[in-house]
Design a protein around this ligand. Structure first.
Ligand code: GTP
Ligand code: MG
Length: 231
């Protein structure tokens, strides 16, 4: 096997994500696949909207226990001249994949992201941590232990924390074992998000920055969804 290949990635794949554009000057484009995973009503679609800086992902309360999001949805957003790399300006294109609650089907994710996922966003509500969501088992099933290096934990409904006068650091020190485990294993760390305020483009800024930083840490290598053979 080619020693540079790693779960569907090769140097060629990595380089091919950097392409040239000719719209008044050449610049690079980095395209990242971002997968949202979380329990019903965790705030996944709202996090998706923050990432794309819009309202295209449908959000709202569940109806009679049925999630608002029942099918996969992919939305892309290009951020022109978002960062500099090796002295050149680069666009950032985020391909955000919203999923039905928990247990996304490996085949579904593979079809939407055949080249793999760069960043896995685990979405948990700060006020729903008493419900053990088995999020870790779910992400481990999809990606194997490699998920750690690609995961970012987003704790939504941070406004409820503010209202209760709780500091994020105190909150994290008091979380149940399943959430501490997620937060310790996710290399991208934990980020608190209040989706009830500001424009999505504004509140999405720190999320996009974390996504980019985490992906850069992995040299923009994607993690592939496990197949039956790799299990
Ligand atoms: N107060 C507050 N409400 C939020 C926050 N994030 C999401 N919501 C609301 O919570 C509800 C669920 O948010 P969604 O983003 O639709 O959650 P979801 O996980 O995609 O939901 P399903 O697709 O039904 O599983 C919506 O009414 C949102 O407006 C937040 O940070 N604070
Ligand atoms: Mg949704």
């Amino acid at each position: 096997m080619d020693k540079h290949r790693h779960r569907g990635n090769s140097r060629f794949d990595v380089l091919s994500r950097w392409r040239r554009q000719l719209d008044g000057g050449e610049r690079n484009v980095l395209a990242l696949n971002v997968l949202l995973i979380g329990d019903r009503q965790s705030g996944r679609s709202s996090v998706g909207n923050a990432l794309i800086g819009g309202y295209e992902f449908k959000t709202g309360p569940d109806v009679c226990g049925v999630a608002m999001t029942t099918e996969y949805q992919v939305l892309s957003r290009n951020y022109p001249r978002y960062f500099r790399r090796q002295g050149a300006e680069s666009d950032l294109t985020l391909r955000v994949v919203d999923t039905p609650p928990l247990v996304p089907h490996p085949q579904g994710v593979r079809e939407l992201c055949p080249e793999g996922v760069h960043v896995i966003v685990l979405v948990v509500r700060v006020d729903a941590t008493h419900e053990h969501t088995h999020l870790e088992e779910c992400v481990e099933h999809l990606f194997g232990p490699e998920w750690h290096g690609h995961a970012l934990l987003i704790l939504t409904h941070a406004d409820h924390l503010k209202e209760a006068g709780l500091q994020p650091s105190f909150y994290l020190s008091q979380t149940p074992d399943w959430l501490s485990s997620l937060s310790n294993k996710a290399v991208g760390g934990a980020l608190f998000l209040d989706n009830s305020c500001d424009w999505p483009s504004l509140r999405g800024q720190p999320v996009r920055e974390r996504v980019l930083r985490l992906s850069a840490r992995n040299h923009h290598r994607a993690v592939a969804v496990r197949t039956e053979v790799s299990l």
